[in-house]
Design a protein around this ligand. Structure first.
Ligand SMILES: Nc1nc2c(ncn2[C@@H]2O[C@H](COP(=O)(O)OP(=O)(O)OP(=O)(O)O)[C@@H](O)[C@H]2O)c(=O)[nH]1
Length: 313
């Protein structure tokens, strides 16, 4: 059939503007598609096809959920239908996970608007922006922040709370005591003659002792207690809601278990000396000072002992 020549200037303008619109859509750097009320693709631009890895002919006439992972298909279909059926002039912006032809999962921001064609039927036009690399970067940043946060509060060798986090925790527990009159005890322990272990078997065996001893203690304490590495071979156990007499019994049981458990490949006998103190309307420093003195007394009186602070102050 011969092509009809356009002679009317008005018709000419319309033809020009619809050609410009088509060019703009074809050259757009973002994916654009139009779906009808049944959810079938009626138009896909080249960027849309390239992003999903499909030929235009493979998509036209297909239901749009062909690019949606199976798990979200029913939900997105429902959303599509509700959007098309909506009355108010609404726009929709969603972050979605989609699936390309080769199975690759990607994350997009989909912005949609409702259109009414010449036939009066509603359609949905969707603009797709690929944010996969940004999502990966965000995830990596989140993980790096979590690692940093963990490092800031935990001891690298043993994995338990470090001094900073432990003292903050103690401060919180002391506030609880002051406000609600709760009980609180602490035990401070230090491994005996640890320098000798390092000097005799090497630093790495010393590290193994610290790790194995920490595992043993962590396994034995109550789930409400907090185990803290204050530094070197010195540790603190914060025991909320515990009287000093119970704290003493618990710590002495730990001392006995430590002494009875061979440590490292050298089956070493490692003992600990500990002090125990309970909250007596004093500041954090005072409580730590008292428990430290009690531990020092345990060292001085022959090691492998637990001494209650109240006995020495
Ligand atoms: N392997 C290892 N050794 C550590 C670590 N931190 C501190 N030390 C060592 O622990 C030893 C502690 O020695 P001292 O303070 O003399 O105490 P000690 O030999 O246990 O003697 P008493 O406490 O009096 O029984 C030092 O040699 C430190 O170098 C660590 O993370 N790993």
């Amino acid at each position: 059939m011969a092509e009809r020549r356009i002679t009317d200037p008005f018709e000419h303008l319309i033809a020009l503007s619809s050609r410009d619109a088509a060019n703009m859509i074809n050259a757009a750097p973002i994916g654009i598609c139009i779906t009808n009320a049944a959810g079938m693709f009626e138009m896909v631009n080249p960027a849309y096809c390239e992003f999903y890895g499909y030929e235009k002919e493979e998509l036209l006439g297909q239901h749009f959920t062909v690019v949606v992972p199976k798990a979200y298909r029913a939900k997105l279909s429902q959303l599509h239908d509700a959007f098309i059926a909506g009355n108010e002039i609404q726009e929709l912006r969603q972050e979605l996970e989609v699936r390309c032809k080769n199975g690759e999962a990607r994350t997009i921001i989909a912005e949609a608007a409702r259109l009414h064609g010449d036939d009066g039927a509603p359609r949905k036009v969707t603009y797709v922006i690929d944010i996969t690399s940004r999502k990966h970067l965000e995830e990596q940043l989140k993980q790096a922040n979590e690692r940093l946060d963990h490092l800031a509060h935990h001891d690298e060798l043993t994995g338990i709370f470090n001094r900073r986090a432990g003292l903050m925790r103690l401060e919180e527990e002391l506030k609880r005591c002051q406000r609600y009159g709760s009980k609180l005890s602490v035990a401070m322990y230090d491994l005996d003659s640890f320098k000798h272990i390092n000097d005799t078997y090497g630093h790495s065996i010393g590290d193994d002792v610290l790790k194995e001893m920490t595992q043993l203690i962590a396994k034995e304490i109550r789930s409400t207690d907090f185990l803290v590495r204050l530094g070197g071979e010195e540790f603190l156990i914060i025991m909320p809601e515990v009287e000093v007499s119970s704290a003493y019994l618990a710590t002495d049981r730990l001392r006995q278990q430590a002494a009875a458990t061979p440590m490292t490949t050298h089956a070493l006998t490692v003992t600990l000396s500990a002090g125990v103190a309970s909250y007596m309307k004093t500041s954090t420093t005072r409580l730590l000072d008292r428990v430290d003195k009690a531990m020092y007394r345990a060292k001085q009186s022959g090691r492998n002992k637990v001494i209650i602070a109240d006995d020495v102050t």
